[in-house]
Design a protein around this ligand. Structure first.
Ligand code: ADP
Ligand code: NG1
Length: 464
């Protein structure tokens, strides 16, 4: 199924946001856009920090997205401007090699990741010139995947501007791979849901091969997103990649203990597949093989029979050689991270099963799974933060049946499942307990606390 063409017609008259985007485009470039591209952010309902381990996750697209207005021209340049003054303009030559500075994740590098991904896929030596204005309303660095929405939007823009055509699955795979140029060793959840989402349904995203399966959420409950108002940029810190590395090392240590061939063995899901067993069995193996005390580099090298040099080049990633304060990461919590991953992978499948089978107590069962997921993220994976824990707690006290951090964590958003008849009182109670007491949070409340429904995937539009 190719995504471009066909293009969808979009009437701008009743759409204030797009009308503003068009006006800004015309003011900035003195011409009209040829087309628009849009890619949504997402909320992950369950399955945190397991996509890069190869396990399935269960997100849905949200209404918030990144829009680009684009004209294709003979300028020999790519010009990028942004509706938000926080993000500065940039122009680069189409004949220049695209270089992405991992040490300094500026906004346009995310866009250039998408451009580079398409350029490499088709071996394009000289890209078409284009002028773009970007307008995003996904809260940045808040676990709703603004970065991937921007990368996916850029991938789509570049495909269209260079008159190429790709399937949604191919676009998702290319964008997942090319977003890694920014330095984060992400899985493929965000780019996959951005391209494969369909209105009205959440999706189980499976990897290798990539597949999105409809998951009908239960009637009688809604999902509410609340932002703890603390941003965490993944590429500018090493928290995320340290977790990826810990999972990689845990895979190696468990594989070694089972006498498996270490070559190419990098993901916990791969290990489970090779052992042809269940996540529950893998949890037992983790307890048997790994100790809860953090592992030192020396202990890992000794157990795996590798040198310190091999440890650095084969297991660490660029920004985990040193952590945020430029101190090398020296300790790795392998037991806790592997426990989280196998437990969370099993919760995703149970969540889907409840949605499919619809037992009478569906809402309670799903809520319990979400609560277990948050506890695991907080205690085993240590990717929450005091503000998020406080918010989740408030959400539960305000009437949510389940509440958990969503996305990478260390800040950003929580997602709560709330019985439909309690939504208004829930919103009011969270507003009063979390947002209003703090003037900074109160000022951000409108865009930080909202009900969300499964939205559609990325698309190209022309004015119509
Ligand atoms: P997320 O969890 O939202 O994906 P990241 O920290 O990975 O967060 O990425 C956020 C970065 O994406 C921002 O710092 C910015 O560089 C870029 N970004 C997000 N939204 C926009 C936007 N509307 N315009 C330009 N860049 C954006
Ligand atoms: P966020 O930070 O929410 O966009 C990140 C990763 C996902 C996934 C989640 C945690 C990227 C682009 N995204 O999402 O792949 O691992 O964290 O479940 O790296």
């Amino acid at each position: 199924m190719a995504i471009n063409p066909p293009k969808l017609k979009i009437p701008l008259v009743d759409n204030e946001r797009l009308q503003n985007l068009k006006n800004e485009f015309e003011r900035h470039y003195g011409e009209s856009p040829n087309f628009y591209a849009c890619a949504p952010g997402r909320v992950n309902l369950i399955g945190e920090h397991i996509d890069y381990c190869g396990f399935s996750v269960l997100p849905m697209a949200i209404e918030q997205n990144i829009f680009a207005a684009v004209s294709v021209n003979n300028s020999g340049t790519i010009q990028l401007a942004n509706m938000n003054p926080r993000y500065n303009n940039i122009t680069l030559s189409c004949s220049e090699e695209i270089v992405i500075d991992r040490t300094n994740p500026k906004w346009y590098y995310y866009f250039l990741c998408g451009v580079k991904g398409i350029q490499e896929t088709f071996g394009i030596t000289r890209l078409s010139g284009m002028s773009c204005v970007i307008d995003g309303n996904v809260p940045p660095s808040s676990g709703l995947s603004s970065s991937s929405a921007l990368v996916c939007c850029a991938g789509l823009v570049t495909t269209e501007a260079n008159q190429k055509s790709l399937s949604r699955v191919a676009l998702a795979e290319i964008c997942a791979k090319c977003e890694q140029y920014i330095g984060t060793e992400g899985g493929g959840m965000d780019q996959s849901i951005s391209f494969l989402a369909e209105k009205g349904t959440a999706k189980l995203i499976e990897f290798e091969p990539l597949r999105a399966i409809d998951v009908q959420l239960p009637a009688g409950a809604v999902f509410v997103i609340s932002n703890c108002c603390l941003e965490m940029n993944k590429a500018a810190s090493s928290h995320y990649n340290v977790r990826v590395v810990e999972c990689r090392i845990a895979t190696k240590m468990l594989g070694q203990a089972k006498g498996l061939n270490q070559k190419g063995l990098l993901k916990l899901a791969q290990l489970q597949k090779e052992m042809n067993t269940s996540s529950e069995e893998m949890l037992l193996l983790v307890d048997e093989v790994l100790h809860p005390e953090p592992y030192s580099r020396e202990e890992i090298c000794k157990a795996l029979g590798i040198t310190s040099q091999q440890f650095s080049t084969e297991l660490l990633s660029a920004n985990t050689q040193h952590d945020v304060g430029s101190v090398a990461v020296t300790h790795f919590k392998l037991h806790q991270r592997a426990k989280h991953v196998y437990g969370e992978a099993s919760r995703v499948l149970r969540f889907k099963n409840v949605c499919d089978c619809k037992p009478a107590e569906s809402i309670q069962l799903l809520g319990d799974l979400m609560n277990q997921s948050h506890a695991s993220c907080r205690d085993l994976y240590e990717c929450s933060c005091p503000e998020l824990d406080q918010l989740v707690d408030i959400c539960l006290k305000s009437g949510a049946v389940g509440s958990r951090l969503t996305g990478a964590g260390w800040g950003g958003c929580a997602v709560s499942m709330v019985p439909s008849d309690k939504v208004q009182s829930f919103l009011q109670a969270v507003r009063e307990a979390y947002y209003l007491p703090d003037p900074r949070r109160a000022a951000m409340e409108k865009q930080s606390l909202f009900v969300t429904k499964p939205g559609g995937g990325a698309a190209i539009y022309v004015e119509g």
